[in-house]
Design a protein around this ligand. Structure first.
Ligand SMILES: Cc1cc2nc3c(=O)[nH]c(=O)nc-3n(C[C@H](O)[C@H](O)[C@H](O)COP(=O)(O)OP(=O)(O)OC[C@H]3O[C@@H](n4cnc5c(N)ncnc54)[C@H](O)[C@@H]3O)c2cc1C
Length: 400
């Protein structure tokens, strides 16, 4: 029986603790917050999208995540959850949720499993240093030293520090010789020029979005975007954040969301409406296609005078300009919302310095890392929790 200290009581840390205890280790979890798993409660809008049954989507750490999840991926995790007593429902795009629809049931199951397997949890304890000596490791907090033969660092990245992960684990690993790749926020909202979207705050639109820089398309998504005072959010837009480079544009195609296959089709429809509704104020021309505030923003961006005119005065050229702008509503990206808003951290501890079979350091035997503290990030859809749980289990199991 080995003494194992797990730093961080998040998804990866709790999975590691449960598995190490199941393998017979004496486990203590150190959690800096007043309770474990605060972030889990916020995931998936409170529903916790805890894994994904479709193809893997890890823009960063692709190969490493693939090797970890080849050993403990969706199928194995499904069995793990069933064994704990958590039943899952798989929705569109392979996204898996607890059948209760509540993130709290995921956390409750993990807490119950830790309790049942004798894991000790010390909350309100921030690990401040890890030292290695001939007997193993000592982990120091402000007022205590914990001894262990193995240490599993699962303190997450920097995303949403109010939920616990504050980047404090990077220096612990750096001091032991590990390389830290500069952390950046991903899966976060885009700050854009605001003139073109003034008055649209709170409006959702179905669209295809792409990030374009110097005529190169860096990334494309489709889904629902949400306008706000500072720019644009929504899952499809947040998914683009990791691809934004200085000078990027966000190009939104709203045609399909309005039921059109092409700008030509929309042009024809606008001209048909013109002939039917000649005396109607032009502001009504897009009624039923989108809300009026979006219609005026599109006309403004298309350079078409919209006020104090009748639909009958719309020219063919203007109809085409409005339709083309609807297909490519373009906003300059000014930046990304930071770690306070981001769901995930890109960067962190270099995963090439860890063995994906048991998450053990290749530099310091007995030291492990799991979850978001590593330089692995996945797309929205359950990929980040799936990596956290999978890598946590492998770290706890340690090849046994
Ligand atoms: C709002 C939101 C929604 C999300 N939704 C989803 C989703 O639906 N699906 C999905 O797959 N992913 C989602 N994510 C991402 C996912 O939650 C994280 O990738 C995942 O929780 C990472 O798990 P982790 O255990 O590595 O780190 P964390 O969950 O961040 O846990 C780290 C823990 O370590 C503790 N800690 C940190 N440093 C120390 C220290 N020095 N000493 C002691 N304790 C320490 C922290 O307090 C924290 O409890 C979401 C994230 C956010 C913020």
């Amino acid at each position: 029986m080995a003494d194992v200290v797990v730093i961080g009581g998040g998804a990866a840390g709790m999975a590691a603790a449960i598995e190490a205890a199941r393998c017979g280790d004496r486990v203590t979890v150190l959690e800096r917050m007043d309770r474990v798993g605060k972030k889990i409660l916020a995931t998936g809008n409170g529903r916790c999208n805890l894994m994904n049954m479709d193809e893997l989507r890890y823009p960063r750490g692709t190969a490493f995540a693939g090797r970890v999840l080849a050993l403990f991926g969706a199928e194995e995790q499904k069995v793990f959850w069933q064994h704990l007593g958590l039943r899952l429902r798989v929705e569109d795009g392979g996204r898996a949720y607890p059948v209760s629809g509540q993130a709290s049931s995921v956390l409750d199951m993990l807490r119950l499993a830790m309790e049942a397997s004798g894991v000790k949890v010390d909350t309100g304890v921030q690990a401040e240093r890890i030292r290695r000596d001939k007997h193993g490791f000592s982990v120091q907090s402000q007022d205590r030293t914990y001894r262990a033969q193995r240490v599993i660092v699962a303190g997450g990245g920097c995303a949403q520090p109010k939920l616990g992960s504050n980047g404090s684990c990077y220096p612990l690993l750096a001091e032991l010789g590990h390389r830290i790749i500069r952390p950046e926020p991903v899966l976060t909202q885009l700050m854009t020029e605001t003139d073109k979207i003034r008055g649209l705050s709170g409006i959702r639109v179905k669209c295809a979005v792409k990030v374009v820089c110097q005529d190169r398309v860096l990334h494309e998504e489709r889904g629902e975007a949400l306008f706000s005072d500072y720019g644009v959010s929504g899952v499809c837009v947040m998914q683009c954040a990791g691809y934004v480079r200085p000078g990027s544009m966000l190009v939104m195609d709203l045609l399909e969301g309005m039921g059109f296959q092409s700008a030509e089709e929309m042009t024809e429809e606008l001209l048909r409406r013109k002939s039917l509704w000649g005396n109607v104020p032009m502001e009504q021309l897009m009624t039923g296609l989108c809300v009026s505030r979006v219609a005026s923003a599109l006309c403004l961006a298309a350079g078409v005078q919209w006020k104090n005119r009748t639909a009958g005065s719309l020219t063919k050229r203007e109809a085409r300009q409005i339709a083309e702008t609807t297909g490519a509503f373009t906003l300059k990206v000014k930046g990304l919302k930071g770690f306070d808003n981001a769901q995930v951290t890109r960067g962190g501890v270099d995963c090439r310095e860890f063995n994906p079979e048991n998450m053990e350091s290749l530099l310091v035997p007995g030291l492990h890392a799991a979850g978001e503290v590593l330089d692995v990030d996945g797309d929205c859809g359950g990929f980040n929790l799936m990596f956290a749980f999978g890598s946590g289990i492998l770290a706890g199991r340690n090849g046994r």
